[in-house]
Design a protein around this ligand. Structure first.
Ligand SMILES: Cc1ncc(C[n+]2csc(CCOP(=O)(O)OP(=O)(O)O)c2C)c(N)n1
Length: 685
């Protein structure tokens, strides 16, 4: 053991032992890496980070993100020993521990705070959900950007409210994932000097030595990304770690990567350095041997002395509350000097919107020629941005196509040393979404954009947003074969179904400009759900709302847009660009004496959340003749359509041709909708 005081050693070794014991008790988990990396967690929390264990959500804190989510017992043992306090349901600090010894003993069991991988909102002190490798490091870029943005907007001379550092701990797996490369490349470009990744170079993954599949120089790679790269030969060398962190803090131009060598399952008699220590309990003998090696009682389980807690209490326990109290005092004077800005910050910290956030939204006049929903989206986004100063985001190199630029001169561009509201993510969809999650977890309303077909490139981060219950906003344009000549690589077919399949997402596919406006409004109010705007490239008529149902129906997910006298013979249900087809088909059916109702269904998830009465008022059970029309696959429509229902959708990939030709080719015509309506009526009899 190198350069540790005895009390430091005892604390670190106790953290290692708690992690091993928790995995052993659970009979599953990943013991080797928490054991090896306890010195890093110890040093960061007890010495380096601006962090108040009594207020784990204090806005001025540094962030620690465990990108190697499988090493979850590292964060759980740290939060436990560091005395971090739980939060109540409203986010207020309590005097209860965030992680009790019982929580550690019930690691991975139903109801335990200590889930298999760290989950945001599950346990105080976990800044985001991690487990999918590299998600943590990628989102850490968003956290670092958010801090810079908040600093640029709110810090004033004498009031450095935002000067946080962001630390992310990653491993060989994170470094192999393309996602970390995307994110690191952008972080280097943006010169995020408040960002520090610590790379655990233990050269072990599940299948064995990293030599099997990973032989490049990560140091050279990151130097090429314009990062400040430091190396520490032994994770147990605390002075060397301190020096590396000093070098990070002294760096003002580049993000820092600290490459730290470690041995997985350090101290385990036969499993140290072996892949077998990665993802299975070490076993009683190995644990006893490791404890003996550390100088702890080999037979004691979940043992810890009071002085271990004292080690944290005397340092972090004093330093943290002093820092946060000083920050509070600073914020109180700031509030006097800048009451309006302080009021904005109150809202950001509480996850709320300004009072008149939707004031600039205005109706679009009826217009047969209309506009593409991507175009109305651009207008609506700018109107929203006027009312929500912390709405920020951008596109993965498709801004001119996605229409996501914020035009207000004051909005500015997020560039090196410049924290504007327009972010140029480059062609990096997955990192873009991960970063946007980081922005949102920092209190900002973040959005990101690309073509809908490339939702596949960022789907894992969309899924994480849904799992974390955060309102990340995804703007997806070019939503169907309506893309036209670019052909099937660029024409989404299965994407609506596949996005709707993710629990807790709201997929909006608005039918005209006014629905776009209402969809954004609804999305802004969904604070625990990510929203998707699925938008057209091609023009859509702006529906005459004096003739048809009000667009405010979007808030309910589906609503009656056009109705007939009495009980309808058939209900036509459309989304997005197909609503117009339904309206035209309803007119034609009317001419033939068939009574049709048209339901616009821009968000099936919101519709499912409505009362049974409301749903019945839109889709009466007695009307069994129904036609669903959507430029996507049928999957997921069964419940709305019932046995007699018919669906006009896509059953294959699209093709390369002008959009109008494709609509005809794939059967999206008024005549086909009419024919299906008649078939359904016949079957429903
Ligand atoms: C995206 C993703 N792919 C695969 C996995 C499964 N997995 C969990 S840990 C791991 C190996 C990670 O190796 P390393 O980062 O070196 O961690 P260590 O063995 O040092 O704990 C893999 C493949 C995952 N969690 N996420």
């Amino acid at each position: 053991m190198l350069s540790m005081t005895l009390s430091e050693k005892k604390t670190i070794d106790t953290m290692r032992a708690l992690a091993m014991d928790a995995v052993q008790a659970a009979k599953s988990g990943h013991p080797g890496t928490p054991v090896a990396l306890s010195p890093i967690a110890y040093l960061l929390y007890n010495e380096r980070m601006k962090y108040d264990p009594n207020r784990p959500n204090w806005p001025g804190r540094d962030r620690f993100i465990l990108s190697i989510g499988h090493a979850s017992t590292l964060i759980y043992a740290t939060l436990h020993v560091a005395g971090v306090k739980a939060l109540d349901d409203d986010g207020n600090p309590t005097d209860q521990p965030a992680v009790t010894l019982d929580d550690l003993k019930t690691f991975r069991q139903l109801g335990s705070r200590c889930a298999g991988h760290p989950e945001y909102g599950h346990v105080a002190g976990v800044e985001m959900t991690t487990g999918p490798l590299a998600a943590g490091v990628a989102s850490s870029v968003g956290f670092a950007m958010a801090n810079n943005w908040l600093a640029a907007r709110y810090n004033k001379p004498g009031f450095d409210l935002f000067d946080a550092n962001v630390y992310a701990l990653c491993g060989d797996g994170c470094m192999m994932e393309g996602l970390s490369s995307e994110a690191a490349s952008l972080a280097g470009h943006l010169q995020l000097s408040n960002l520090c990744w610590i790379y655990d170079l233990n050269k072990i993954t599940i299948e064995g030595d990293t030599e099997l599949a990973f032989t490049e120089s990560v140091a050279d790679r990151f130097a090429a990304y314009a990062w400040n790269v430091r190396e520490v030969e032994d994770v147990n060398d605390l002075p060397a770690l301190r020096q590396a962190f000093d070098a990070f803090e002294a760096e003002h131009e580049r993000p820092t990567l600290i490459i730290v060598k470690s041995k997985i399952a350090y101290g385990a008699p036969t499993k140290e350095g072996k892949a077998s220590a990665h993802g299975a309990p070490l076993g009683d003998d190995e644990i006893a041997g490791a404890k003996a090696f550390y100088g702890l009682d080999p037979d004691a389980k979940f043992a810890r002395d009071d002085d271990v807690y004292q080690q944290f209490a005397q340092n972090l326990g004093k330093r943290g509350p002093e820092l946060s109290a000083a920050w509070d005092a600073k914020f109180a004077s700031y509030r006097e000097a800048y009451p309006e800005l302080a009021a904005e910050l109150d809202l950001i910290f509480a996850g709320k919107l300004p009072q008149d956030w939707d004031k600039a939204l205005e109706p679009f006049p009826a217009d047969e020629k209309g506009m593409a929903s991507r175009a109305s989206s651009g207008k609506v986004l700018n109107r929203l941005a006027a009312g929500i100063p912390w709405l920020i985001g951008g596109s993965a190199d498709l801004t001119p196509s996605n229409n996501t630029w914020l035009y207000d001169e004051a909005a500015g561009v997020f560039a090196p040393k410049q924290a504007g509201r327009n972010i140029r993510f480059g062609v990096r969809e997955n990192a873009m979404a991960a970063i946007t999650n980081g922005l949102v977890l920092s209190g900002l309303r973040g959005y990101c954009a690309t073509f809908f077909v490339f939702a596949d490139y960022l789907r894992p981060m969309l899924r994480l947003a849904a799992l974390m219950k955060i309102p990340t906003l995804f703007v997806f344009t070019h939503d169907s074969i309506g893309v036209g000549e670019d052909g099937p690589t660029h024409q989404p077919v299965e994407h609506l179904a596949s996005c709707r399949a993710i629990p807790n997402v709201a997929v909006f596919r608005p039918a005209d400009a006014n629905e776009v406006s209402e969809a954004y409004k609804a999305a802004m109010l969904l604070t625990e759900t990510p929203s998707l705007m699925v938008l057209t490239r091609q023009n859509l008529p702006t529906v005459d709302r004096t003739r048809y149902g009000a667009a405010s129906g979007v808030a309910k997910g589906a609503y009656v847009l056009a109705d007939c006298e009495g009980t309808p013979d058939v209900v036509l249900i459309g989304t997005g660009s197909e609503v117009d087809l339904c309206l035209k088909a309803a007119d034609k059916l009317g001419e033939e004496g068939v009574k049709a109702r048209v339901v616009s269904a821009p968000c099936l998830e919101l519709f499912a959340r409505q009362s049974a009465e409301y749903r019945e008022s839109v889709l009466p059970k007695e009307v069994k003749a129904r036609v669903g029309v959507e430029l996507g696959v049928e999957l997921g429509w069964g419940r709305l359509l019932g046995d007699a229902g018919k669906f006009l959708g896509m059953t294959s990939f699209g093709d390369s041709a002008p959009a109008a030709k494709l609509m005809e080719h794939f059967g999206f015509t008024v005549d086909n909708v009419v024919a299906l309506a008649k078939e359904s009526i016949a079957e429903a009899r």
